[in-house]
Design a protein around this ligand. Structure first.
Ligand SMILES: [Zn+2]
Ligand SMILES: [Zn+2]
Length: 356
């Protein structure tokens, strides 16, 4: 349609859109704006109140799933095969040990403070306007902690700590082991939940034998219950209540595992993508703006290639470190580098990547 033929409705639509137009407008911009009040609320009250409360919530939820697995899952599998149950218990405890270790470490390890004067003299690139202190490359200020951190990724309320250079591996591994734990519970709990809740097979512990017996409650309706009948009625009532309670345990544990694996699974994949690209969450937003502005293809100077980026984060290029020992089992080894000085890709490599 030519310019002269714009109808009144189209003109009205155009005028309406101009009210909201912004050159940086995007879906993420809209989400950020909508989330702004939540961020503000978290910023204002998270440190003194929500921070410790979130950690307690995580501990309670993980403990809950562990208790349900022991109370309901373990007897179910033991009745089927004790050898397989031993394998399941071993796998479960391996996940739980790694999860607990990494969660504790990410919450308790400092992300890294830029306080080493000697190193700062060599690598300071700017001054933080908020805490008036020198900033090495990739250092950012956390407005919740009111402190600059080396290679800061983000402030995580669930661990009540900032995620940065020295605890980013623990953060990533905590997410991996929580998602793994949820998948483990769902995989080996689905048959139990299906048979008990959907098929109503009464497979919960200590119910089967009594359920098959005839209950003499109706026959004694007109008479006083004998002592034996009273005992039996109480036992029956106890079993019904117990089974209902156990079913609620299964419902909640199932919902918790499904919700957590979806939400945290997505977040884990997102962070894996960031690690692939050699970026932190903060750098992703900074680089996104640069990618938009730049006429030529933008190249992240800290992207050393996927393999090397992972090695740096996991600290696997140090002597005597291996994936099997230091990633699949608890390990306190540090990431590569001191968080002050960072390797850059060479200008030649930059040019090559731009041409790709
Ligand atoms: Zn600062
Ligand atoms: Zn922080």
């Amino acid at each position: 349609m030519s310019k002269g033929n714009i109808s009144s409705i189209q003109k009205l639509k155009l005028w309406f859109y101009t009210l909201f137009y912004h050159s940086s407008f995007s879906f993420e911009y809209v989400v950020d704006t909508i989330m702004e009040p939540i961020f503000w609320f978290v910023d204002q009250v998270s440190q003194p109140i929500l921070g410790p409360a979130f950690v307690v919530v995580v501990v309670i939820l993980v403990s809950y799933v562990v208790v349900v697995a022991h109370l309901i899952g373990l007897p179910f599998w033991t009745a089927k095969s004790s050898t397989f149950t031993a394998f399941l218990a071993g796998t479960g405890y391996w996940i739980l040990t790694n999860l607990t270790f990494n969660f504790y470490k990410v919450a308790k390890t400092s992300p890294g403070l830029p306080t080493d004067t000697e190193r700062l003299l060599k690598c300071t690139v700017t001054i933080c306007k908020k805490c008036i202190s020198p900033k090495p490359p990739r250092t950012h200020h956390c407005s919740i902690c009111n402190q600059c951190y080396l290679n800061m990724d983000h402030h995580c309320p669930w661990v009540n700590n900032c995620v940065g250079h020295f605890n980013r591996r623990y953060f990533f591994m905590t997410m991996v082991y929580i998602v793994l734990g949820c998948c483990f519970i769902m995989l080996f709990g689905v048959e139990l939940a299906f048979r008990e809740v959907i098929m109503d097979e009464h497979i919960l512990p200590d119910c089967t034998n009594v359920q098959t017996q005839e209950l003499p409650l109706d026959s004694s309706a007109d008479e006083d219950l004998s002592e034996c009948d009273e005992d039996y009625a109480l036992l029956y009532l106890g079993i019904v209540v117990e089974r209902r309670l156990f079913r609620y345990f299964i419902y909640f544990a199932g919902l918790l595992c499904i919700g957590t694996s979806l939400a945290l699974g997505g977040l884990t994949l997102w962070h894996a993508k960031l690690i692939n690209m050699g970026e932190t969450s903060i750098e992703y937003h900074i680089n996104k703006a640069d990618r938009k502005k730049s006429d030529q293809a933008f190249v992240n100077p800290y992207d050393l290639g996927k393999r090397r980026n992972w090695e740096v984060l996991l600290g696997l290029d140090q002597p005597n470190t291996s994936f099997f020992r230091h990633i699949l089992f608890p390990s306190s080894h540090k990431p590569t580098g001191d968080g002050y000085v960072w390797s850059h890709i060479t200008e030649a490599a930059k040019r090559r990547r731009k041409l790709q």
